[in-house]
Design a protein around this ligand. Structure first.
Ligand code: WTA
Length: 657
């Protein structure tokens, strides 16, 4: 069957599952969406009242008078850590909140009561020993261990704003994020384990903090107990200090719009942006989407394989599952170690009911272990999720048939760091699904594909811009320290009825039944293994090599990673006169710089040395041409307007050789 034919298939929800689903059929879905359209504030206000344990109720639902600076649930007071922990203590004290499995198979089950104690102790340590107060920024650079979740919730309990930096980022990238947020504390670990071997994080922190830095204190969780350096007066051992802390900590009373966290993400220009999410709106939608999209029941066990360094880990490992009182699995290791059956072994062992991962992981698990799922009892699975990039039909098919036994709903969840939670996704008990299709906007989300020129909704099969035309509770509240960038990045491209709307940066199409398929980024952001990477960042890193005169970076389809990074480099003196022996040495040097400036995740798959770049007469690099060349496509664009059209032929012959 061709991919096109595969995409046309429709899979109805499992009837048994639908009987007890929170949203049972498409009629119920439409009723909810119509209710939101009719009375938008009424819709959100009633959910906010029902779902959140308010310390003080809110007065107003939404204030968009200063759009795009929108406020939700003003006057309301809450604490997000209390929403995730304290309110469950009456009924779920002894229920597992977190099931942790280490790389080496070590296990830990943390009940809600234990989580309460651990988070309180952590909060006491941060407040009493480190002087962390409401509004302070705390950078978390940690592996996937329970202490990372405690750290997030302890910050929330104090009212401090956490900013998690993914453990794969380099010292330079970590330093940039620490400086931008002006963080005074870093929470880290000596390191952790990967594929049965220790790896290190603390040396990266040491390097990031060399010279001038706003950071006063560093707290180190000892996980792998390898030797590390301790800077006296700055570095403290969590393991030594935590036991003396009190298990009681009164949560700080927070305003609905007090910031909860920052998470840096790549855009099409400049350095990564500190995406800001605030307390009430974020936690409300995290919880509602957990309930609707994964339909987790009281005795279910849910596993999301993301890293807490990304938004998926924030919303769907920690905040969403805990806010709803679920059992969430946290995994330190890699899914293909010791073999590509590891996730399925864990599904069998813990009787996982909902499993959530990225298409890249599915492709790798498929390639490395096509028959592995059949070796395990996966009958507990009910909902399978994907996130982060478009999934291709063959990967979808394997996931549906071999992992889900053609019995589970696949929720292809579309969202972004900025949206806080899912915005477009199937509902497992209601939506007839089509392979590799995010389907419909969730109830309450006014998502539309618009023509960027006219602001009108596009017709069937016409490509347009994926927009959200009304603010929603978990919408990004700002770019840290840069109001103008916030407005320009998200509300500058598309207007509907003359008013700016939120533009995601993605293209999308409707099919004849109104199903939405996301077609990928329309800007200079590439998606490598589900990780967002700005081409401008990679270019800036490559330009640090003194022999580089010019550089242009584009994405190129990659069979496993979705997209790979392809760099065109113009050298100042040509290779012959450079201090490098050959191309190979130069490529190695350039990727070395990338590892240093950004991290291993940004290493280029291809670096080619070219005599020049295709530019218009006004000096603009024609990236579309470079993208086509990288893909090996025919050049159909008009190149006669280029400053030097002959450069295109030269580049093509170099890439082909
Ligand atoms: C892409 C990850 C297609 C998209 C949660 C978006 C997707 C970017 C999907 C956000 C999906 C995410 N189908 N594309 N189901 N989910 N994307 O901020 O390009 O790391 O803009 O958030 O990932 O990446 P981010």
């Amino acid at each position: 069957m061709s991919e096109q034919q595969m995409k046309k298939q429709v899979f109805k929800p499992n009837k048994e599952f639908a009987k007890t689903a929170r949203i049972k059929n498409m009629c119920e879905y439409h009723e909810l969406q119509d209710a939101a359209i009719e009375d938008y504030e009424g819709f959100w206000g009633s959910y906010a009242k029902e779902k959140i344990d308010w310390i003080q109720p809110f007065d107003g639902v939404m204030d968009e008078s200063n759009f795009p600076f929108v406020k939700w649930f003003e006057g309301g007071k809450l604490n997000v850590s209390a929403q995730c922990i304290d309110r469950h203590l009456d009924t779920r004290k002894n229920k597992a909140a977190i099931i942790f499995e280490g790389d080496r198979g070590d296990k830990q089950i943390i009940t809600y009561l234990e989580l309460y104690y651990q988070v309180n102790k952590f909060a006491n340590l941060l407040r009493n020993e480190f002087g962390v107060a409401k509004g302070d920024r705390v950078v978390i650079y940690m592996p996937m261990i329970p202490e990372a979740a405690y750290a997030m919730l302890a910050c929330a309990r104090i009212g401090a704003i956490h900013s998690i930096v993914f453990g794969g980022f380099s010292a330079e990238a970590l330093r940039d994020r620490i400086e931008d947020a002006d963080a005074k504390v870093v929470l880290t670990a000596d390191g952790a384990y990967r594929k049965d071997k220790p790896y290190m994080l603390k040396p990266v922190v040491d390097k990031a903090l060399e010279g001038e830095t706003p950071v006063e204190k560093v707290l180190v969780v000892q996980r792998n107990h390898e030797d590390i350096e301790w800077v006296s007066g700055r570095d403290y051992s969590y393991n030594e200090m935590i036991e003396q802390q009190s298990t009681a900590f009164e949560p700080e009373v927070m305003d609905a719009e007090d910031p909860l966290f920052l998470l840096y993400t790549s855009g099409s220009t400049g350095k990564p942006k500190g995406v800001q999410h605030n307390s009430a709106g974020y936690i409300l939608w995290a919880q509602m989407t957990m309930e609707w999209v994964f339909d987790v029941k009281e005795n279910d066990t849910y596993w999301c394989t993301a890293d807490i360094g990304w938004i998926t880990g924030h919303t769907y490992i920690v905040y969403g599952p805990l806010a709803m009182g679920a059992t969430t699995v946290m995994f330190e290791g890699v899914p293909t170690y010791p073999d590509a059956g590891r996730p399925w072994k864990m599904v069998e062992e813990y009787k996982i009911n909902q499993f959530y991962t990225a298409p890249t992981a599915i492709r790798v698990l498929h390639k490395m272990g096509e028959d592995e799922p059949a070796k395990y009892d996966l009958s507990s699975l009910k909902v399978l999720g994907t996130v982060g990039e478009p999934i291709d039909p063959p990967a979808w098919k394997w996931y549906y048939e071999s992992v889900g036994n053609s019995n589970c709903a696949i929720v292809d969840t579309y969202w972004q760091t900025e949206t806080g939670g899912h915005i477009i996704s199937p509902l497992p008990g209601a939506t007839p699904i089509k392979p590799a299709c995010a389907t419909f906007a969730l109830p309450g989300i006014m998502a539309e594909i618009l023509d960027p020129e006219t602001g009108e909704k596009v017709g069937v099969d016409e490509k347009g811009y994926m927009c959200v035309t009304r603010p929603w509770p978990s919408m990004i509240r700002g770019v840290w320290g840069d109001e103008e960038r916030f407005v320009k990045s998200y509300f500058g491209d598309v207007k509907k009825d003359g008013k700016p709307v939120y533009f995601t940066g993605d293209g999308a199409v409707y099919d004849e039944e109104g199903y939405i398929t996301i077609t990928g980024r329309t800007d200079d952001v590439i998606n490598v293994s589900g990780h967002r990477m700005g081409t401008a960042e990679v270019e800036a890193a490559l330009k640090k090599e003194s022999e580089v005169a010019e550089v242009a970076v584009v994405g190129k389809p990659h069979p496993l990673k979705g997209e790979g990074i392809f760099a065109y480099v113009v050298l100042k003196h040509g290779l012959d006169e450079s201090r490098f022996e050959d191309d190979v040495a130069m490529v190695k040097a350039l990727n070395g710089i990338i590892k240093q400036e950004i991290g291993n995740i940004a290493v280029c798959d291809d670096i080619v040395f070219v005599p020049g770049l295709p530019k218009t007469r006004s000096g603009k690099i024609m990236r579309r041409i470079l993208r086509s060349i990288a893909k090996g496509e025919e050049i159909t664009q008009d190149i006669s307007t280029l400053e030097d059209p002959s450069v295109v032929e030269k580049i093509i012959s170099i890439v082909k050789s």
